[in-house]
Design a protein around this ligand. Structure first.
Ligand SMILES: C[S@@+](CC[C@H](N)C(=O)[O-])C[C@H]1O[C@@H](n2cnc3c(N)ncnc32)[C@H](O)[C@@H]1O
Length: 305
């Protein structure tokens, strides 16, 4: 879908190959970590095209309340903007989804311009991870197929956990969905050798060597939530576990690459990216979130837009 030339070279070389000139007017390009307090649409608009290797987004879920409507629904490049987005077919898909569920229309009016920015700032080897709950995931997948292009869909990750109250009137819902889309299916970065391996479920069925090595995680990830007494706990209600982010950062970025999270909350993405030697840029519109991130990542530069 991208217009850029395919990248030739080993994807898992362990080195950044970004080499882009600095970031927008607000950032020191040498900074290893930056936290920005502001609306993510305004902040992402200052980033250059194709400047980010990995984006993880965990937006607030559509709970049925009307989200703040966003009037800007076009990209910054009105002439060539739809390039690679599926053009008219995207509008058709969006219109159909909105007819099924008007709450989706509100939610998507908020998310769409932000996801377009995500697409724009991803580099040719870049990947978007969009974390959603089961009430949104199916709509978002259809819309993202159209927005990125169907051939850019990489995975639907299921993060399964087992914690909290359980309904007895239906199967208790204990998973989130993370949709994974790449900017360019021919050139995207993915290093499975860098990912922490996990124990086999039936170790008796494989060789001792395999047991010792562990197995590569599949697209279903069992991982506990951040518990109230857990070591990672920051006090931020929607905080996600570092273990989930760790796999994402390990697989889809190399040391030195820039990782972006513009619904950053407590800064889990930055904590993991920093620990793994990646640069990070975190954005949140909540002053509470920025204060928590700053305490968690004291080395980061904090800016306001
Ligand atoms: C589900 S939380 C993210 C939690 C995060 N993944 C973590 O591990 O802590 C979503 C965040 O998006 C932020 N947010 C919502 N709308 C925003 C906007 N327009 N610009 C920037 N941040 C926004 C909220 O303040 C909230 O912190």
């Amino acid at each position: 879908m991208s217009s850029s030339e395919p990248h030739h070279g080993a994807p898992a070389d362990g080195h950044s190959d970004l080499g882009h000139p600095g970031l927008g007017p607000f950032w020191d390009q040498t900074a290893s970590g930056t936290i920005v307090h502001g609306d993510n649409l305004a902040v992402t608009a200052t980033l250059p095209d194709a400047s980010v290797r990995l984006i993880y987004l965990d937006p607030p879920f559509n709970t049925g309340r009307t989200q703040r409507r966003q009037s800007v629904t076009t990209t910054r490049n009105p002439d060539g903007a739809r390039q690679g987005f599926g053009g008219a077919s995207y509008d058709t898909v969006k219109g159909t989804l909105s007819r099924y569920d008007d709450r989706f229309e509100d939610y998507w009016a908020f998310l769409e311009p932000r996801l377009e920015e995500a697409w724009r700032v991803l580099d040719d080897r870049g990947t978007l991870y969009l974390h959603l709950d089961y009430r949104e995931a199916h709509y978002a997948k259809v819309a993202l197929d159209a927005l990125f292009g169907r051939d850019c869909f990489l995975n639907e990750l299921i993060w399964a956990y087992d914690y909290g109250a359980k309904s007895t009137r239906r199967w208790p819902a204990k998973h989130d969905t993370i949709l994974v889309y790449v900017k360019n299916p021919a050139t995207y970065y993915f290093d499975s050798t860098a990912v922490d391996r996990e124990p086999y479920m039936a170790p008796g069925l494989v060789t001792p060597e395999k047991v010792a090595r562990g197995k590569l995680p599949t697209d279903v990830w069992w991982h506990t939530i951040v518990t109230t007494s857990g070591r990672e706990r920051t006090g931020y209600a929607t905080q996600k576990p570092q273990g989930v982010l760790r796999r994402i950062v390990q697989a889809s970025s190399a040391p030195g690459d820039l990782v972006l999270d513009f619904f950053a909350g407590s800064g889990t993405t930055g904590a993991v990216a920093g620990a793994l030697g990646r640069r990070y840029l975190l954005v949140d519109s909540s002053a509470d979130a920025v204060a928590i991130m700053h305490a968690r990542l004291p080395e980061a530069t904090v800016l306001a837009v």
